[in-house]
Design a protein. Sequence first.
Lengths: 111, 884
Amino acid sequence: MKKRAEILQGTLDMLILQAIAPGPAHGHTIAYVIERRSEDVLLVEHGSLYPALHRLEDRGWIASFWGTSENNRKARYYRLTAAGRKQLSVETSRWERVVRAVNQVLRPAEE
Amino acid sequence: MSWMRFLRRRHWDRERSQEIEGYFEIETADNIARGMTPGDAADAARRKFGNPTLIREEIYRMNTIIWLDSVAQDVRHGLRTMVANPGFSLIAILSLALGIGANTAIFQLVDAVSLRTLPIKNPDELVRIEVVGGNRGMGVIDGFGDLTRPMWEEIRRDHSPFSGVFAWSTERISVGEGKDFHVARGIVVSGEFFRVLRVEPWRGRLLAPEDEHACPGNTAAVSYAFWQSKLGGREINGDTKLLIDGRLRQIVGVTPPSFLGLTVGERFDIALPECMPKQLRTDSFEVLVMGRLKRGWTITSASAQLAGVSPGLMAATEITGYDSSIVKKYRQFKLGAYDASTGVSDLRDTYDSSLWLLLAITGLVLLIACANLANLMLARASTREREIAVRLALGAARARVLRQLLVESSLLALIGAVLGIGLAEFLSRVLVLALSNEEGGIGLATGMDWRVLIFAGAVATLTCVIFGFAPSFRASSADPVNAMKGGGRSMTAGRERFSFQRSMVVTQISVSLVLLVGAFLFVRSFHNLMTFNPGMREEGITLAFIGFEKSNVPHDRMEEFTRQLIDEVRSIPGVLNAASTTHVPLIGGSWGHQITIGKTEGGANFTWASRGYFDTMGIPLLSGRGFNEGDTAASERVAVVNQTFVRRYLSGADPIGQTLRTHPEPGYPSTVYQIVGVMADSKYQNLRDETPPFVIAPFTQFPDPRPGTALVIHSRLPAAVIEDSVKRRLGEKHPEIVASVGSFQTWIREGLLRERLMAMLSGFFGFLAALLGMIGLYGVISYLVTQRGQEIGIRVALGANRGQVVWMVMREAGLMLAIGVTVGTALSLAAGRAAESLLFGLKSSDPLTLVAAIGLLVAIGALASFVPARRASQLDPMNALRSD
């Protein structure tokens, strides 16, 4: 089994927003998508996923509705709101800036 | 936002748990698809997810406001506890509601009578200008009058500490005629009145200097209440006119609803402009003068300025027609400024100390009720000891348990306070009604204001602290291990816990003794007044105050006209006797003159009465003679004096044949009277005051006849019947005269209103306090018996007889009673001084009262402890030992 990494503090929100950017998804799918896309490096703790969803909804970045899952279960779907989309781009560019900066620190010679 | 969340937190909790439920189903289905058995699949899903409750709790915490939520929990828990113990809750809430209600009601009266400032702009700037120390009985005093009109004119001319000054007086005025005729409460105001007070008109305009210049005036302003009730609230225009004291006046405007005048307890109806007579009397203290302090002046600095100008002012307004000694005294008068922000009030002078005393009494009653509740709470807390111990053992923080117990007592206090405030509204209205007399209700604004609300809130909080804090604190500090182990198994209850309850009971006993002593004192004082023999007939006397201004009787025929009236009244069937007098005793009011007898100078009260006066009033003549037909306006002036007069001025000498000389006053030239008789002492102005030296002279020789008199009528018929026939007879013969007829006793009793009120209320509260105190004693002794059930059981099993058990329990109660009574006696003696001035015919340290109160308290105390003691003695030792 690969060694799994805890999600960096503050990045879970961004990851969730990104996960539902293509279209509405329920909590299970969101966790699945994040884990798959990261090739199972990132582990989504459910203990923080649901509170995070709640927080995002509270801030108005995502909205939710009850729907039916692929295998006919009742599930709560989340979609990105306009504010959420804007937030996603803000967070993504901030993330990229940070990554670039960290990389510059780590590999100054390549510059 | 956060409030929205807070209010929807339950909704979200449901939503999230459903969602998590959904997750499990999906994950389980996935697991099954991967080939697990359904049981394993569900377990794996749960393992993967973790503790769903924790997640829910985290989300819940995000939504809620922690402390508010836990307080809400405490409140719910408290309410459940209350509902679970309906008996306790009812007693607690009712006693608190009564206690807080009574306190708030009395405070509302104190507030309305003494504390509330006038509803005008910057009432603190308003001062009243008076002669420092009063006018010492000089001249004629009319109503609230402080100063003479000449004095007012001087102040009006020069009033540097004040931005404005005004003068006013109160007057009964007659309004309308025929069937619309009624008497209204008037104020007569100088032109500056409304401007200086800064009262803005509600309608039209208010009186101004030009109204005063048009003297005699033909304008008037009315109060809002009068406008509404008598003028139907119609718009004020040029046709709004009223016949006032026989003069048609234009109503120019209405004062705002909040302005009731400057007299607390008596709303004004109509304001008339002042119209000074051409000849001003220098000895008639008939106006109140008030002013608004200029910025930078204080009452002290204004008083100093007034004192400085006083000598000049007094010289310019010198009293005339009096002795040089009086004039000299007058010249030494100093003016001073006094706070008038709360208006002027007879009520305040009469009731202020009584009301504060009543407030103290109700406060003490509440204290006793609180002590009772504290004991109840404590007893209850000890039964809940194990509940609390379990919660502490399970890890509840002590502070949390303490808070929960405090929330419980606060809930009781809060509910009690809310009910109490409602009750207070009702009680204070009843009290105001009780203070009203036949002349009409007193117009007190007793409504809620911030002071009353703060007071009620403070009382409730204090209550809660007193009865809630100590028990809660003790309960929450219980040691869980001991509490779980102990639980009624102990042989004797810890003395330490009892000491708190004991001290509460001792407090209750001592405070209820104080209140009981107070109750006895006031009830006995009132009884003394009611049964006091004033030295004259009270029963069967009817008074008729008659005004015959409109009969146009010439000055020299007035005495004859009065005699006719007496004869007409005498001829009414059932009337035994009747007489006229210039002064009716016992209903307030006095008339005095300075006199000289031989070389002695002094004062004496004077009345001029017709021949039948002594017989009618049942005042015995001890020596000499009364008046007869020979005492006429032309004959030598004669007088009958009372025993006090003889003692004071004629010690040793035979009074008959001695002469006394009155000092001159305007309308009353210096006159020499020969003493022809001595009458027994009787009370003069009221029942309370000592009998003064007192002179009665024949009505025929009254130097200043006026178109009015008072008749005293003796009859054995019921008062209502005789009043009716007197009114009818006078009305038939002289339809133009104005008469007010009533029973002498009713008039006297109205003067005793304060005493009756104090007797009733202090009596009620005193016995209530005793009752509460005894309930407390009973409760603690009962509790003690229950706690010591096993000990008693063992004693009985070992051969103690019933009597010994009763004695053992009673000794416990006796000790508390003894300490309580000792402390209470000391407190009563100390507190009694506050009541001294309100008592009649006994001292506050009256031993009989003290003994009676102690006796009563000990008797009911013994009864209250005997009941549980007897119950203890009848304990079946087997049962007692077996239980728990």
